[in-house]
Design a protein around this ligand. Structure first.
Ligand SMILES: *Cc1c(COP(=O)(O)O)cnc(C)c1O
Length: 384
């Protein structure tokens, strides 16, 4: 079970109470496999045996549910989040592991909030150092991670500026505002196994932080799995913990990972449609013969991508078949030719251990991460 909100802890951190789950009556369900989450954390630890593991749980734990995932992965060495409200939710769930705000503080008032929530901050821009300098005192020093731009050119300090930035952070350390100083870098293409970019970024980063007394973190999931020389003191695992990979043409299972989510629903109608008749919006699919067509209670209103075409795989009663016609807001239509026992109430699986979310992501022109992140609030969540 997901850990309930501990109201005493919530009061301690002055936390807003969580938004309740919407009441839902549809059979559309995301089942989170907490044993798979734990298996994947073990796999990451085995792959990077000398590193501490930060479990990245941003975007509601890649759509799997923040409190649920943080509770299942409480043995992680830290959690990485993208918003202060995520840190609030983790603390409200009674979890005391270190937390890192991956894009860091946004305003001066965040300094006190970070200290209250015992949350560490990435520092990627001078404005954030200024916020820290403006704060006269804090309840407890804030541990910071200095982000070095080793070549991705999104967030981070230019390598030539790092000595000065490090000096300013040390001065803040002297004033008791900053605690530990660490350093991180983010890879632009660690999923491209034959690209020289990752090795170049590693070299730039290591040269830049050489001589500084800092723990380092370079690797995201793809680097954990494919670039062992990037492991260092800390690795930051996101997708791998959910059993997913972004390496093109591969699935998490190819790396010994187990999918942490099954997305499923049920058939609400089975109809015989005549040869030559068209199915759904725009008549996008024409029946090549008279055939049984199933209608499943799921659509883009639940977060299933509308972009997929006829022919995208789907499972009915554990048997592989295909989507036909356009995915609509509440419904999709399914080819039931040759599917034994398919009837109203039959279980329809959109993705899960037998049908990788990476396959559906590719069919939609995206990655599995985006699909699990896009599940909407009318979907019922459960754990097994
Ligand atoms: C999202 C994120 C990660 C995790 O990336 P995965 O590819 O999911 O492992 C690691 N570090 C930072 C800074 C991130 O924003």
């Amino acid at each position: 079970m997901a850990r309930a909100v501990n109201y005493q802890v919530a009061a301690l951190y002055r936390l807003p109470l969580p938004i309740p789950q919407l009441p839902v009556s549809r059979p559309t369900t995301a089942t989170i496999h907490t044993d798979a989450l734990r298996h994947n954390l073990t796999k990451v630890r085995q792959t990077a045996p000398n590193s501490k593991v930060m479990a990245v749980v941003k975007a509601d734990a890649y759509g799997h549910g923040l409190e649920r995932v943080a509770s299942a992965l409480e043995s992680a060495d830290a959690f990485g989040v993208a918003a202060m409200s995520d840190a609030e939710r983790i603390r409200a769930a009674g979890i005391s592991q270190p937390i890192l705000l991956l894009s860091g503080l946004d305003e001066v008032s965040d300094v006190a909030r970070l200290a209250e929530l015992q949350t560490d901050s990435v520092i990627h821009h001078v404005s954030q150092i200024e916020f820290l300098e403006e704060a006269q005192s804090v309840a407890r020093p804030i541990d910071v991670w200095m982000k070095v731009d080793s070549g991705m050119h999104r967030l981070g300090f230019y390598t030539g500026d790092v000595p000065v930035i490090y000096g300013r952070l040390q001065a803040l350390q002297g004033k008791g505002i900053v605690g530990k100083i660490r350093a991180l870098n983010h890879f632009a293409a660690s999923d491209e196994l034959d690209s020289p970019v990752t090795q170049q970024q590693m070299d730039v980063f290591q040269n830049t932080v050489q001589g500084l007394q800092v723990e380092r973190s370079l690797a995201n999931s793809a680097a954990i799995l494919s670039w062992p020389s990037s492991h260092c003191e800390w690795v930051r695992a996101g997708g791998a913990l959910y059993g997913q990979t972004v390496v093109e043409g591969k699935t998490g299972a190819d790396f010994g990972l187990r999918p942490a989510m099954t997305f499923s629903t049920r058939l609400i109608a089975v109809n015989q449609i005549k040869q030559g008749e068209r199915v759904g919006y725009g008549g996008a699919y024409e029946c090549p013969e008279t055939m049984p067509v199933g209608v499943a209670a799921i659509g883009y209103g639940d977060g299933y991508p509308r972009a997929v075409k006829s022919g995208t795989p789907v499972m009915v009663n554990g048997q592989m078949t295909q989507i036909i016609g356009r995915v609509s807001m509440d419904l999709m239509t399914i080819d039931l030719r040759g599917i034994g026992g398919a009837d109203v109430g039959s279980v329809v699986t959109l993705w899960g251990p037998e049908l990788p979310v990476e396959t559906i992501g590719a069919a939609a022109g995206t990655i599995g991460y985006e699909l699990t992140c896009s599940i909407t609030r009318r979907v019922r969540f459960q754990e097994d």
